[in-house]
Ligand binder design. Structure first.
Ligand code: CP3
Length: 345
């Protein structure tokens, strides 16, 4: 089978004429046209659950920068929301959930309205398949169970994920029940996205790096392995990109044990180490610092070329090492996109 999308070729380990690129959180508040849509939708969750709006904001960055992939516009926290947990996004505060911190509260969550709740997301994926250019790939996504659980247990974001880490130590059985629920819900959610047209899946495990080694295996690797197994059973050819942010020297173990097709590497990963120890295992995507993208200037250009020079010899997709932040000047994103597009391997 010939693959005609640059991004899918790189994920299949094939060489590409040009380095494919996209940016984590490429849709969002750094774009004035996003702010306008969010205002007319009323709230962030309304954006996520209204296919008209969600399709539009997914396409906005593509119109400006022509990335090789579009990522479904949604959020990792729609999964706990669909399981029955209360969720709000407060201006300037981020997500706020009613904490699920006991066996009783976990048992009150369930799958009975799950797919019905998420049907607008499936509709968005479906429409995006038609709306994006022929050479652009469509990425579906979910949060990995560990990262989603950190928000569910604590009720909001936190720098150290203390509530979930403590629960995992002190009430391991209860925490395991929550993770198991997330493994099955996330597997079904991603399979539905594929049925509706997602060509690639990315699993965001933003807080994986904060786990000590045995806990990393138990809560980051094991649930991810199970989700990938469930996807592969039905869709063996759909690539799954893992993003175990902060995994450091544990990236190779993560790749071997989970069976991911590719990894997104975070900003801290040394390029030559990635080239020598990760790229031989699977295609790699990353890892420009989103704050350098804000800063701009010569240092930005230099770093973009450095990343390209070091990693474009193997299967590589240019990306950031974490998501775009709201302060990012769109001109800097345009500049980086231009450098990548014109770069000769
Ligand atoms: O990449 C994309 O363009 C697709 C959409 C996407 C969003 N969130 C939209 C969003 C994706 C892939 C995510 C993933 C996500 N969401 C993660 C994992 C990746 C990462 O960045 O670490 C996490 C941890 C979340 C949870 C979340 N959502 C938080 C903590 C916040 C508040 C902080 C923030 O950045 O605002 C959100 C809100 C959110 N998700 C926004 C967007 C565009 C901003 C909402 C707004 O418009 O006010």
């Amino acid at each position: 089978m010939t693959i005609d999308k640059n991004f899918l070729q790189a994920l299949a380990g094939q060489s590409t004429n040009r380095v494919p690129f996209w940016y984590m959180r490429q849709a969002g508040r750094y774009l004035p046209e996003y702010m306008e849509k969010r205002k007319s939708a009323g709230s962030f969750l309304e954006l996520c659950y209204s296919p008209d709006f969600a399709v539009e904001v997914t396409l906005q960055p593509l119109r400006r920068f022509h990335m090789d992939a579009a990522i479904l516009f949604s959020d990792i926290l729609v999964v706990p929301h669909a399981l029955g947990q209360h969720l709000e996004f407060r201006q300037g505060e981020g997500p706020v959930l009613t904490p699920v911190d006991s066996a009783e509260k976990i048992n009150r969550l369930g799958m009975d309205k799950f797919h019905q709740h998420l049907s607008p997301v499936y509709e968005t994926v479906n429409r995006l398949g038609q709306a994006i250019p022929d050479t652009t790939a469509l990425i579906g996504f979910a949060g990995a169970p560990w990262t989603v659980a950190t928000y569910m247990v604590q009720g909001h974001g936190s720098p150290d994920q203390a509530a979930a880490r403590s629960m995992a130590f002190q009430r391991q059985d209860v925490f395991q029940t929550l993770i198991d629920l997330l493994v099955s819900a996330t597997s079904e959610y991603l399979i539905k996205q594929i049925e509706h047209g997602a060509e690639v899946i990315q699993l965001f495990d933003t807080w994986a790096g904060n786990l000590p080694e045995d806990q990393f295996r138990k809560w980051a690797i094991e649930p991810t392995r199970k989700i990938i197994l469930a996807i592969r059973k039905k869709y063996p050819h759909i690539p799954v990109i893992g993003f175990p942010r902060g995994a450091g020297c544990r990236y190779p173990e993560y790749i071997n044990a989970t069976g991911v097709s590719a990894v997104s590497i975070d900003t801290t990963m040394p390029l030559e180490w990635v080239r020598d120890h990760i790229q031989p295992l699977c295609p790699v995507q990353g890892n420009l610092d989103p704050l350098l993208l804000v800063a701009g200037g010569d240092r930005l250009e230099k770093r973009v070329r450095q990343i390209l020079d070091c990693l474009s010899g193997g299967p590589f997709i240019f990306n950031l090492g974490h998501g775009i932040v709201p302060e990012t000047p769109p001109e800097n994103v345009a500049l980086v996109s231009e450098i990548i597009r014109e770069y000769k391997k």
